[in-house]
Design a protein around this ligand. Sequence first.
Ligand code: EZ4
Ligand code: CO
Length: 401
Amino acid sequence: MSDRIIAARVVVCSPGRNYVTLIIETASGLTGIGDATLNGRELAVASYLADHVAPLLIGRDPAQIEDIWQYLYRGAYWRRGPVTMTAIAGIDVALWDIKAKAAGMPLYQLLGGASRERMLCYTHADGADIAEALDAVAAKREHGFRAVRVQAGVPGLNRIYGVHGDGAGDSYARPIEGDWDTSAYLRHTPKLFEAARERFGPELHLLHDAHHRLTPNEAAQLGRSLEPYRLFWVEDPVTAEAQEGWRRVRSQTTVPLAVGEVFNSIWDAQLLITERLVDYLRATIVHAGGITHVRRIADLCALYSVRTGFHGANDLSPVTMGAALHFGRWVPNFGIQEYAAHPAQAEEVFGWDWSYAGGHLLSGEAAGHGVTFDEQAAARFPYRRQYLDVNRLTDGTMWDW
Ligand code: EZ4
Ligand code: CO
């Protein structure tokens, strides 16, 4: 007997930070939960869903995930883009949640079963200077992490990515403005990793995020200068748009490369994958069209020895982490999962059965993706407009963040 969708509601709440959640209900009494959070542009996705898409879902068979995906992607005409693909992801994940609940299975079983029992994860360590950053790494290591992303302040720059907090203070009124000077950064960063290797030895996985700030040639210089410290990866050395620019980066350095947290479709990554220009792809379930689409990206990656390294900052809700861990449990070419703990208040709104232990993340065994959402609790945390940072060169020129 086929089921049918009877309700699709969007809830925007802010338990410590903003999350957009989609709840789909079916005639047979099943509920699916999807994340549709697009940091700093949350209401655009909420409106896309509530005003344009939710009415089209009512009456459809929730089992037809593929057809609904194609209907929303091909049928929109204005295809791709972060708003559209985040909205589709919210629906897609809610529908996979429903399908797995209907089957009485944890989601990873529907995807093809477990390829591993636990997923290696990395977390963040930041500091205003090298000493402070390394102390932060030590604290994460104490907590069992085997892989740590390290960001440190650069002398002469007041505020730079990852170091001076994300999303606090005046970011409610307007974006915080960071400072940037590429040559200062290129001089300083090898010292950070030299000191990190000296203090922590060869085994700890060290990662670094250049946050789209370099030209391809500068990225090649950074990669070469970091080669002696054997990083797990350098993330986003150049802008995601610079597709063919990655040829230069790749041909000039052996440092492993990761990219894709801002990608929203397989077309953003096609050249990078098929020319083997990157090692890890960070396109995530919530921003790249859900499980249905990211599975296609991961399969293309597998043909070219590219592994997954999903974005997992805490502006992606616990729902996305739940879905990502079921995906990671199955996907044959899993690489690593980013993990930044969610704000404490998020636990009042979301419930989840995934967990952290000893440097790894574990998916749950509940039917579905294992993440619940309490709409009444969410009402206690109203949306608050908040911006991502922007970035300027020291002469005031607007730069990439
Ligand atoms: O800038 O999640 O690797 N992680 C990151 C994050 C992203 C934010 C964007 O919403 O680069 O900090
Ligand atoms: Co990043």
